[in-house]
Structures are given as C-alpha cells and as structure tokens.
Design a protein around this ligand. Structure first.
Ligand code: SF4
Ligand code: SF4
Length: 300
C-alpha cells in the first residue's frame, strides 16, 4: 500500500496562495553557512511581474521576495510599484541604508523579515535600523541567527529585542540555528524554550545530499524504479516558487531538484500555471524537506 495523497498544512487563511520569488541570488554578504547565494547577472523582471499579477487576479496571493538579497536588484522599486498582490513580505539582511528602508516601508501591506548575521554586521547600526523600522508600525519579523562563534552577541541582541516585544506588537522575534553547528545540551534547552509560542518560521541553510542522491530521476530510471511511488500533492494549487531566472516550481523541494514546470518566457506559461493550480502535482520526491512534515515512506 502507498500513501496516495499529500495535503500541505493549512495556513491560517485556507484561501491564501503562497508564492516565493527569489529576486536575485546575489547578496551583499557571504555567510559561510549559506547555500542560497550565488553571483549572477541581474535578470529582467517584467515577465515575472506579469505572471505574478496574472495569478493574483485569480488567487489571494501572498508573495515573499527573497534571495540572496532581494533588495539588491536594481529594479527593486519597480517591483514594489508594479506588483498587485494581497500581501507582500521582503526578506533582508538589512545591509541597505536607513533611508532606503524608510522608502520600502511606505509600500502598502508590506512586512519585512530581517535576519541578523553577526559575522557581517555592526550590531549598533543594525539595532538602530531595526528600531527605526519598528517605529513605522509595519510588521517586522526579526530572526536572530544563533551563530555559536558569536554566541554572546546573538544572545544580547535577542534579549534586547525580547524586552521590546510587549511594547511593540508589530515586532515578532525568533531565533534560528545554523545547520552546520551543534548546540550543547544547555543551549538546546534554551533554544527550544524560545520556540514555544513564537511564530514558526522554517529556514533551511543546507541541502541534504543524501536526499538528492536517492531522488534524482536518473537514479530512479537507472535502477528500474521509474514507476516508483508517485504521490498526489496540492503543492502548485497553494504554493509556487519562482527562481531568479524566471523558472516556476510547485514547491521549494521541486526547486532544489530543478524540476520546473514552466518559465515566464515560455509562450504557454498561462495554461501550465492554470493546469497546476487546479490539479496540483504528482510528486516523486521521496524525502521531503518542504516542511509539509508528512512521512512519505512506502507503507507495506
Ligand atoms: S544567509 Fe542571507 S545574508 Fe547571508 S549570504 Fe545568504 S542570503 Fe546573504
Ligand atoms: S516535495 Fe513538494 S510536491 Fe512533494 S510532497 Fe513535498 S510539497 Fe508536495
């Protein structure tokens, strides 16, 4: 017997359609634990904006701009001006100036997700920029990356903003660990306590090479497993991931396996998007890192 159908966890709003757009893979930093950053030529954005706005006429679109550092794209303000989505989030390391962020914060329905990377950042300057953004009243999600090489600095910053949380309901604080580092038992206990009652923001900082090896299509075919299990999943009906080159993926795991179903330059993108957003996908990825938390092992 096989698992036949996968339902992604419901968001607070079941009508919500989540789209992630990797605006650029360039970044102002080079964190040693980062798997996302890669130097590239900035890509044109017009056809991607057109595709997103098209979906947003049919779905209640919640769009997240990420990277790299999305705001480094030279057309970033064009993107903000032309997008017509229900709500928008921008991920950033906050390396741009205060005046830049002042302008971004004027965009309607925007939330800013800031990650603190102590290896690159002047803590006082960073704190000042976050405080200025909190004052604008927009939602600010601050993720402190607990880098053990800067343990005390991270904890100080976390404790500082924790004291402000009760006074500023628009500030949502969280702490995330770095994939490659192992916490000792005392730190784990503290770390787990901090997750209770906080918003669950799933952040991955690495790619599991074992998963890749066992789920590549060539592996399945070479091992005569091409009619291996296929699971019906509603990714694509409620989620979409767009790479900086404009390729479209049903979910972030499809992205990491480079299984794209169309791209913004393909003349048939509308039909393909419509098809997938009505039917979902047949998933062949065995061990899912997408956060759906559904065990996909064959049940016999
Ligand atoms: S972790 Fe974030 S800030 Fe650091 S290099 Fe990667 S994208 Fe840039
Ligand atoms: S990898 Fe993607 S398509 Fe497969 S179960 Fe996870 S979310 Fe669904």
């Amino acid at each position: 017997m096989y698992i036949r159908e996968i339902k992604l966890p419901q968001h607070k709003d079941p009508e919500q359609f989540n789209c992630l757009w990797e605006v650029t893979t360039n970044c102002s930093y080079r964190c040693r634990y980062c798997a996302a950053v890669k130097e590239e030529k900035f890509q044109e954005v017009d056809s991607i904006i057109e595709a997103i706005n098209y979906i947003a006429t049919k779905k209640k679109m919640h769009l997240t701009l990420f990277g790299g550092e999305a705001v480094m794209h030279p057309d970033f303000f064009q993107i903000l001006d032309e997008l017509k989505v229900s709500s928008l989030q921008v991920h950033t390391n906050l390396s741009k100036s205060k005046s830049f962020w002042d302008k971004v914060a004027r965009t309607p329905n925007i939330e800013i997700i800031i990650s603190y990377h102590p290896c690159h950042v002047d803590r006082d300057e960073f704190t000042e920029k976050v405080l200025a953004l909190i004052k604008t009243g927009i939602i600010i999600k601050l993720i402190v990356m607990l880098d053990l090489n800067y343990r005390e600095e991270c904890l100080d910053l976390f404790n500082f903003f924790e004291k402000l949380e009760s006074k500023h309901p628009n500030l949502k604080l969280s702490i995330s660990k770095i994939f490659e580092q192992t916490l000792d038992s005392k730190d784990i206990e503290w770390y787990l306590e901090q997750q209770v009652g906080r918003e669950d923001i799933i952040v991955f900082h690495g790619v599991d090479s074992i998963t890749k090896k066992y789920t590549q299509e060539s592996y399945l075919v070479n091992n005569n497993l091409n009619n291996f299990r296929l699971f019906k999943c509603d990714a694509g009906m409620r989620t979409l991931v767009i790479s900086s080159e404009g390729k479209f993926f049903a979910c972030s795991d499809y992205r990491s396996h480079n299984i794209s179903f169309t791209n913004s330059k393909d003349t048939g993108w509308k039909e393909k998007l419509e098809f997938i957003s009505e039917k979902g996908v047949l998933c062949r990825i065995d061990k899912c890192l997408c956060g759906c938390n559904i065990p996909k092992k064959r049940i016999i």
